[in-house]
Design a protein around this ligand. Structure first.
Ligand code: 13P
Ligand code: SF4
Length: 335
């Protein structure tokens, strides 16, 4: 296909919707493209199993940001959502950063529009702004430090106690951090559409049916879920806990993609996805699941869609990410 037609398709749909020969072995083809183009595939744990299996690195948001910073590849193919690929581009202006489907957004990032957040910040001008990495580059540029769920506590604890803080955009993670750190951070009222709909009632019933099970939860969950959880952490932290724990059965209150890696790393253990309040048995992120193996292959082949950024915005949004990576390194959270 002509590259101009490919670009038109991206403008129309946000991804390349081309018919593929069904006999094509996408695993083989993607491996070939990786070598040919010196590309690295970075995938989040919420991606579909096939994508996790072909990825060069799978991790939580902190691990992915660090990997994006340290890679020698010429091309970063980001199997995740837009803010993650954008973070990779912020850290790597000279590399080509691809996202298989530009529509892969994030409800949490969308809950903080730039203008409203700017006005909120101006109203509390004595506050330092700590933003969760799940936000747009515009919000990052308005922030002093970025954090992820695995380093947020260390980052907040590095700030003097008398310094007032705004925490954005996730009110659930913010409330959990207020409890953990004894702070009274001012919270932006955003939430993740996946983590805010776990059902306390259904999880309680599951716990009665599986009294031996421990509940593992992501801190983006609501307080009622976190209160009944045995362990709260980022995706990587939950995975590590499940593998090393002496417990054999877990109810997992985060996006179901993580269960693939849990089952691979601890094949003899039982992982039960925590049910949401709707009629589904498990909880998928509709944004994360927009990426497919077909789209991944096409985006590597045509090198589209690509993440492009305004240079001033990139420089402004890089500062608080660098600060996060420096504090995380000093705290021994990354290498
Ligand atoms: P972590 O993998 O950093 O825990 O983040 C979870 C998440 O919601 C990513 O969108
Ligand atoms: Fe955003 Fe929630 Fe999906 Fe993560 S799981 S990408 S926070 S909507």
């Amino acid at each position: 296909m002509n590259i101009e037609i490919a670009k038109e398709k991206i403008l129309e749909n946000g991804f390349l919707n081309l018919e593929l020969d069904p006999s094509l072995d996408l695993f083989v083809e993607i491996e070939k493209l990786k070598k040919e183009k010196n590309a690295i595939i970075l995938a989040h744990f919420y991606q579909e199993p096939d994508i996790q299996d072909i990825a060069d690195y799978i991790g939580d948001s902190l691990g992915l940001a660090q990997k994006a910073q340290s890679t020698n590849a010429d091309m970063i193919v980001f199997a995740g959502v837009h803010f993650m690929a954008e973070t990779a581009k912020i850290l790597n202006p000279s590399k080509k950063v691809l996202l298989p489907d530009l529509n892969a957004g994030c409800s949490l990032a969308d809950s903080a529009p730039k203008d409203l957040f700017k006005a909120f910040k101006e109203k509390h001008s004595d506050h330092l702004v700590i933003s969760y990495i799940n936000c747009s580059a515009d919000i990052k540029a308005l922030s002093d430090i970025i954090c992820t769920s695995s380093n947020a506590e260390a980052i907040i604890n590095s700030i003097p106690l008398d310094q007032p803080i705004i925490f954005a955009p996730d009110r659930n993670l913010g409330a959990w951090l207020n409890k953990k750190t004894g702070r009274n951070m001012l919270l932006w009222n955003g939430a993740c559409m996946v983590h805010e709909i776990f059902s306390l009632e259904k999880i309680t019933k599951l716990k009665i049916r599986h009294p031996e099970a421990q509940v593992l939860a992501h801190p983006e969950c609501e307080d009622a879920i976190l209160r009944i959880s045995d362990f709260v952490g980022s995706t990587t932290q939950i995975l590590k806990y499940a593998v090393s724990s002496s417990c054999n059965t877990f109810i997992v209150a985060t996006e179901t993609g993580i269960l693939h890696q849990m089952q691979k790393d601890a094949p003899n253990k039982t992982f039960i996805p925590a049910p949401p309040t709707n009629n589904c048995a498990c909880n998928d992120c509709p944004h994360m699941k927009l990426n497919t193996l077909e789209k991944l292959y096409l985006c590597m082949k045509y090198e589209l869609p690509e993440i492009l950024m305004d240079e001033n915005l990139r420089i402004a949004s890089k500062k608080p990410i660098d600060r996060m990576l420096d504090i995380s390194r000093a705290a021994g959270l990354i290498g």
